[in-house]
Design a protein around this ligand. Sequence first.
Ligand SMILES: Nc1ncnc2c1ncn2[C@@H]1O[C@H](COP(=O)(O)OP(=O)(O)OP(=O)(O)O)[C@@H](O)[C@H]1O
Length: 264
Amino acid sequence: MLEARNLWKRYGDKVVLEQINLKVKEGEFITLVGASGCGKSTFLKMLLGTETLSSGELLLDGQPIPAEPGADRGIVFQQYSVFPHMTVLQNVMAAKGFQRPGLTGWLFGAAKRQARDEAMVMLREVGLENAHSLYPAELSGGMRQRLAIAQALLGKPRILLLDEPFGALDPGIRADMHELVLRLWREHQLTVFMVTHDLKEGFYLGTRLWVFDKTRHDPQAPHAYGASITYDLAVGNTDHRTFEKIDQSVTLTEKETDKLYEIN
Ligand SMILES: Nc1ncnc2c1ncn2[C@@H]1O[C@H](COP(=O)(O)OP(=O)(O)OP(=O)(O)O)[C@@H](O)[C@H]1O
C-alpha cells in the first residue's frame, strides 16, 4: 500500500530525515517513537501531503502521495482547532461541509440533512452522541480528542494519522481512548500511523513500531545528518517480541529494550 524509497527531508541545510526505506501493508498499525525533533511529525505531514519530500519517493498504491490532504487520509493532532462558537455537532458538520467542492463550508437542504445524519453516526461511534449540543469549551480533554477523531474519520479515510493524540490526557482517559482507537482501527479497517512519546503505548497499540534515531553525528555540524528508522519491530499482542533491525531478525533483549526507552 505505502512505500518509501530512499526518502530524504531537509529544511535548508538541515537534514531532518535520511534514507527512509519502508513498505507498509493495508491494515497495519504503525507506532512511531524517537527523540524530540527527529522528524516524526514531519514524516506524518508528508503522508498527509502538507509537507513535501526533498528527495526520494513516497508512494501510495504505487503513485506519489498527492501534494495536498485528501479524503483518504485523516489526521488528529494533540491540540487542534475547532470553531468555539459552534456546538460539537455543528463542528463535525462544518468539517463535512469543507470536504465539498467549492469549500464554502455551507450546506443546505438535503445535503445539510445528510451531513447531520452522518455527523451523528460518527459522534455515536466515538461516544459523543449525548454531547452533540455542547460547545468546545464545555468538553473535557478526552471529549475534545473524540471530536477530533470524529472529524478525521468523516471523509471515510483509509489512512488515519495520529500525532501524539493522547499526550495531554490523564492515564485513565488515555486507556479509554486506546480502546476507542483499536475498535475504530478494526471496524473501519484503517491503516494507522501514530506518533507517541509513550513507548508502552507504542508497544500496546501498534502491530509494528518504528524507532526514529540519528545514526550519524558530527559535533561540528549538528545539522548535517538526519534521523532514519533504526528499529522496525513487530509488536502488539505477541508474547515473544521479535524485531527486525533493518536487515536481520533478532530477539529483543532486556538491554535493548532499555536502550529504546533511553532513545525515547
Ligand atoms: N517548517 C519547518 N521549517 C524548518 N524546520 C522545521 C520545520 N518543521 C519542522 N522543522 C524542524 O524539523 C525537525 C523535526 O521536527 P518534527 O516536528 O518533525 O520532529 P518530531 O520528531 O515530531 O518532534 P516532537 O517529538 O518534539 O514533536 C525539528 O528540528 C524542527 O525544528
